[in-house]
Design a protein around this ligand. Structure first.
Ligand SMILES: *Cc1c(COP(=O)(O)O)cnc(C)c1O
Ligand SMILES: [Zn+2]
Length: 398
C-alpha cells in the first residue's frame, strides 16, 4: 500500500479495510463509508498487520488513554489525533452487594469519566481524527444523545464543523451541550433512524461527512479499545462474560474485534468472553432475532425509553452483532424502563456512581442471568457502564 507508506507515520499496523460480508477490500488512505458492492453495503472493518512482533510490555510507559494501543489504531499521522484523554477508564469491582456477587468477580468498566460523560468519546475521537487526516471539514451525525455531544466537543477541539440531528424527545441537557460546543443542532420529530435518513439525504449537497454508527469504519476502532483495556486491567486474563447495553452495537462488535486482535498479536490465548447484549423493552429487535436464531434483525421501535442510547430501531450492523453473540456463546435479553430506573438508584446508593440507565440496565440483566445459572459461580463478569447518569435526570424520579 504505497500511499500509506509515503506519509509521516505513527506506529500504526493498519493495512486496509475489509467487508465481512463479501470480502472486498478497500484502500484505507481514502475516505470510506460502507462496502460499495451492489447488494452488499456492509460495514467495513480496519485490518492490521499482526505478523509484526509487538510485545505488550511497550504499554508500560504509555499515557493512560486509549491511544496507548496506537499500533492497532488507524490514524497514520500523529498530528491529526484529536485527543482529550479519552479511555483508560477504571475497572471497578462491584461493592456493597454481597448477596448477588459473592461467588463471582464482578466489575463495572466505568465510562462515565470520559470527555462529555460517555464512552461515545472513544469512537468520536477516533472518527474525528481519521476524518481530519482524510481531509474532511464538516462531520454530521444522527444521535440519540451522547454521540452528538461527543461529536460537538471533538469537532470543536479539532477545529472542524459539526452538524447534529437529534430526536426532540431527548432530555434537554443533551441538546444544550451540543449548542455550547458550537455545533449546528437540528431537532427531529422522530427517532434516530429518522435523523440518519435525513442526514444521508442531505450530506452530498451540504458537503457533510456523515459518521452514522457502523456506516463509517473508525468509530468502532475507538470503541474497541475498551476490549484492550479490560484485558490489560485484568492482567491479560480474559473475563468469562461481558455485558453490553446494545444500541447500534459498535462497542459490542469492537470489544469482540479487540479480543481477536489481541490473540493475533499473541497478547492473550484462545479464551474469549461470552458477549451479552442488553436492550430496552422498547427496542428489542436484536433480542428477538437472537432468540429465534435469525441472522438479521427487523426494524423494531416501541417508542420512548429513558435509555435513549438504546432507542435504535435497527442497527446497521445487525448481522455482525448477531454473529458475535453466536460465536461467543453469548446471549441477549431485555430490561424494562422501570427496572432501569430502580437499578440507577440502587447503584447510586451502593456504588456511589450515578450511571446512565443504559449502563444500569446491565445490573438487572446480570441478576437475571445469575438467577438462571447462566453465569456460574467463580466466573469473572464485566459490565460496561457506558455513560454518566447526569444528563438523564429529568427522566429519573428522585
Ligand atoms: C450510544 C450509547 C449506547 C449504545 O452504544 P452502541 O455501541 O451504539 O450499541 C449505550 N449506552 C450509552 C450511554 C450510549 O450513549
Ligand atoms: Zn461487501
Amino acid at each position: 500500500m504505497e500511499s500509506l507508506l509515503t506519509q509521516e507515520r505513527t506506529d500504526t499496523f493498519l493495512t486496509d479495510l475489509q467487508c465481512p460480508q463479501c470480502g472486498a477490500t478497500y484502500n484505507a488512505a481514502q475516505l470510506n463509508t460502507v462496502c460499495k458492492k451492489q447488494d452488499c453495503q456492509s460495514t467495513l472493518f480496519a485490518r492490521y498487520d499482526t505478523s509484526i512482533s509487538l510485545s505488550k510490555d511497550v504499554l508500560k510507559d504509555r499515557p493512560a488513554n486509549m491511544w496507548r494501543y496506537r499500533e492497532m489504531l488507524p490514524v497514520i499521522d500523529p498530528k491529526f489525533v484529536a485527543s482529550m484523554g479519552e479511555g483508560f477508564t477504571p475497572l471497578l469491582p462491584v461493592v456493597n452487594l454481597p448477596e448477588d456477587t459473592k461467588s463471582n468477580q464482578v466489575f463495572f468498566k466505568n465510562e462515565a469519566g470520559n470527555p462529555t460523560g460517555s464512552f461515545k468519546a472513544r469512537g468520536i475521537s477516533m472518527a474525528v481524527s481519521k476524518a481530519k487526516e482524510l481531509g474532511v471539514k464538516t462531520i454530521a451525525i444522527p444521535t440519540a444523545g451522547n454521540a452528538g455531544g461527543a461529536l460537538s466537543a471533538y469537532a470543536a477541539h479539532a477545529g472542524m464543523g459539526a452538524v447534529v440531528y437529534m430526536p426532540k424527545q431527548t432530555p434537554q441537557l443533551f441538546k444544550d451541550e451540543c449548542r455550547l460546543y458550537g455545533a449546528e443542532l437540528v431537532e427531529i420529530d422522530g427517532n434516530i433512524s429518522d435523523c440518519g435518513k435525513l442526514i444521508h439525504e442531505l450530506a452530498a449537497e451540504k458537503g457533510w461527512f456523515p459518521i452514522s454508527t457502523l456506516r463509517e469504519p473508525y468509530r468502532v476502532e475507538g470503541k474497541k479499545t475498551m476490549g484492550y483495556e479490560i484485558a490489560e486491567q485484568l492482567n491479560w486474563q480474559v473475563p468469562d462474560v461481558i455485558f453490553y447495553p446494545t444500541g447500534g452495537g459498535t462497542g459490542l462488535i469492537g470489544i469482540w474485534k479487540a479480543f481477536n486482535e489481541m490473540a493475533a498479536l499473541g497478547w492473550i490465548g484462545d479464551k474469549r468472553p461470552r458477549m451479552v447484549a442488553v436492550q430496552s423493552e422498547s427496542c428489542d429487535g436484536l433480542v428477538k432475532a437472537f432468540t429465534r436464531g435469525d441472522v438479521s434483525a427487523t426494524f423494531t421501535d416501541g417508542g420512548f425509553t429513558i435509555a435513549n442510547g438504546l432507542r435504535v430501531p435497527k442497527s446497521y450492523a445487525d448481522k455482525e452483532i448477531l454473529r458475535v453473540l453466536k460465536d461467543s456463546c453469548g446471549t441477549a435479553l431485555t430490561v424494562s424502563d422501570a427496572e432501569m430506573e430502580t437499578s440507577v438508584k440502587e447503584l447510586a446508593r451502593t456504588q456511589g456512581i450515578l450511571m446512565a440507565p443504559e449502563g444500569a440496565a446491565l445490573w438487572q440483566a446480570y441478576k437475571k442471568l445469575k438467577a438462571d445459572n447462566w453465569i456460574k459461580p467463580g466466573e469473572t463478569v464485566v459490565m460496561v457502564n457506558t455513560g454518566s447518569g447526569y444528563k438523564y435526570l429529568e427522566n429519573i424520579g428522585i
